[in-house]
Structure formats: C-alpha cells, structure tokens
Design a protein around this ligand. Structure first.
Ligand SMILES: *Cc1c(COP(=O)(O)O)cnc(C)c1O
Length: 348
C-alpha cells in the first residue's frame, strides 16, 4: 500500500506541480523545480533515519537485485572473500550473485530449518579476512527477521533493508551500507535507495562499469544519468508523510502493535499457523498457513470480496502472507483479523 494522503497529493499536483505549469513527469531532472524536489526528499530521509554526514544517500535504479552484484564490485576493495548470512530467499539470491566475484563464507545458514530461525550468535562463523558482511534483516518471503543488528566488529556490515526500511528507527552508524528497493516500504517501483559510508566508495573491481560504481552516483548527486524522477518524487512525499506521522519511533509503535495482534490470532488458533521462531518473526511480512491447504483458494477469494487483497503466499512457502508495511493502517489489520476469525468459525 501507499498512504492515501500521498496518492491524493500526487493526484492533485499531477498536471501542474505547485504552479510550475508542468507535471513532475515533464520536468527536466536538472531544472530548479526538480532539483528542489530531489534535495528535499534526501534531506527528509536523512532527518527521518538520522543519517550521519559521512554517509552518501543515493537514488539508483535496477532494484535491490542490481545491488547483489554491485556490492562485491564496489566493496571487495582488494579482498577476495565476503561473509554472508543465508536466512531466506533474498539472501540466497544475493549469495548466488556474489559467488561470481568472490569466495563467499556462510556465517550462518538457515536452509536446513526451512528459514524458520536464525542460528545463535555463538555459532556464527565470521571470517577475519572478509571484505564485508552481508545480511537481510527482514526476509520478505519467509517472514524471518533479525531481532538485533549483528555485531561483526570492524568489518563493514551491509544490509538489504528492502522490506523493513523506515518501519522503525535504526542506528545507521552501525552499517557500512544499507540498500532498499523502494517498492515495499517506500513508494512505487523503479527506485533503489543506497546509504553508504563515504570512505567505502571508489575502489572498484577492474572492469566495473561507470554506472555500477557508487562513487559515480555520489559525485553527481544521483544524476549522472536521468534518475527515476517520478518514483523519487513520490518517495519524497512518503518521507513527508512519515514525518507528519511522528517519524520512525511513532511508526515502530504502530507496526509492532499491528504485527503483535496478527501473530496473537494465529498463535491462539488451531486453524492458522506460522512456523517462524517467535524471536525472529517479521513485523512486516506475516506468512501463515491454514489447517487444510485445500481451503487456500476459498480464503483468498472470500478475502478479496472484503477488499482484503494480495494475501496469497509466495509460491516457495505456500499458504498466505499478509504484508503489513508502513502504509497499511491498523484498521486494515483489524479487518483481516475479523475476516480470519469469521473464516475459522465457518471452516474450522
Ligand atoms: C523484493 C526484494 C528484493 C528484490 O527487489 P527488486 O527491487 O525487485 O530487485 C530484494 N531483497 C528483498 C529483501 C526484497 O524484499
């Protein structure tokens, strides 16, 4: 979901942005109007996440998936090994791509428990000579989320925050780099946000294309080429909206409450189930199965009649998945819970 207030504002100014006589879609990305939109979005994001000055904020394209190769290309910096946590489908994809560029050491691997829990930190295999450590704080498909930021010493920590960025405050100074595709918890698709410590940029693998070098984008305020202007603008409207909601501390309270009440319904019923270790349950993506998977189709159909949409689980996991990102109001979760209770009464 996107916040309704944001979409209404975009609708209102779609044909004529603030008296400029142009739609944002028609502006030159180098003109004064668009420059002010871009700069305000970055400033608001820096304020929301309290991003320190020694970090660059980049507005890139290619999705989170293009970061999978860009990370080793940019962050190996003369080393030949990187540490990766494997906690779900997205970690697995990042690892597969990194293996094309370096030795990947698995710090912890949740494959054998079907991505339902994360190994205790005493059992992690961190390597002394790793160029960086990569992890996926929230696994969108499996609904598995780290409870804390892993302590990896001085090695730069890289996080794929695609499905949990802006859901709560986070200490950016603990990271070498954070990246997030915008389409889950920020705005429309087409934009990938990268927050990177400035000293980590510039020393790329030989043969790295100019466009895949973070330094290129940092040196050009993410306008080395034409950026995804409309997505960037809409992301900026979402940042403004988040500030109006009281910032990330306020969002955290709402998000925690939303997730807690949904898990509560799942756990207190014999009809619904979620297999993830309670300590590592996602606040954003809540997968659940029904006691009889023959009812899955009926559940999705009847839910849609109540305007409860996109609940079908990922094909790797089956069942249902409720993605309850920032813009999902608490009343949306309440409506889902009421529907689940009624469905259980009829079919349980
Ligand atoms: C969706 C997602 C991706 C892939 O994002 P694209 O922008 O489609 O490349 C990567 N990582 C995580 C955690 C995701 O949720």
């Amino acid at each position: 979901m996107l916040p309704e207030a944001v979409m209404k504002q975009a609708q209102q100014e779609m044909l004529d942005w603030q008296g400029s006589g142009m739609s944002v879609m028609e502006m030159s990305h180098r003109g004064p109007e668009y420059t002010s939109i871009a700069q305000k979005a970055e400033a608001d994001l820096r304020e929301l996440m309290a991003i320190p000055d020694d970090y660059a904020v980049l507005f890139l394209q290619g999705g989170a998936s293009l970061q999978f190769p860009m990370i080793p290309m940019n962050l190996l910096r003369g080393k030949s090994k990187a540490d990766y946590f494997n906690t779900g489908a997205w970690s697995t994809k990042a690892i597969k791509e990194a293996r094309r560029y370096c030795d990947v050491n698995l710090v912890a691997d949740s494959t054998d428990n079907h991505f339902t829990t994360i190994a205790d930190s005493n059992d992690w295999q961190l390597s002394a000579d790793a160029a960086y450590v990569h992890y996926t704080p929230n696994e969108t498909i499996h609904g598995l989320e780290f409870a804390d930021i892993p302590d990896v010493g001085d090695v730069p920590l890289v996080a794929d925050l695609s499905s949990t960025i802006l859901s709560r405050p986070i200490d950016v100074s603990r990271f070498g780099m954070i990246y997030a595709g915008a389409q889950k918890n920020i705005g429309p698709a087409g934009l990938c946000i990268v927050i990177i410590r400035k000293d980590l940029m510039g020393d790329v693998l030989p043969g790295t294309p100019t466009m895949l070098n973070y330094q290129t984008h940092a040196d050009n305020d993410s306008m080395f080429n034409t950026p995804a202007t409309y997505s960037w603008y809409l992301a900026g409207l979402v940042f403004e909206w988040l500030k109006q909601q009281g910032g990330l501390a306020a969002m955290a309270e709402i998000n925690k409450r939303k997730a807690d009440k949904l898990y509560q319904v799942i756990d207190s019923s014999e009809f619904y189930a979620n297999p993830v270790n309670k300590r590592y349950r996602s606040w954003m993506n809540v997968p659940f199965t029904l006691a009889d998977d023959k009812l899955d189709k009926v559940f999705v159909q009847q839910a849609a009649q109540q305007h409860l949409l996109t609940l079908k689980g990922h094909r790797d996991v089956g069942g249902m998945r409720a993605s309850i990102y920032n813009a999902m109001p608490e009343s949306g979760v309440d409506a889902l819970i009421a529907f689940m209770n009624e469905f259980e009464r009829q079919h349980g």
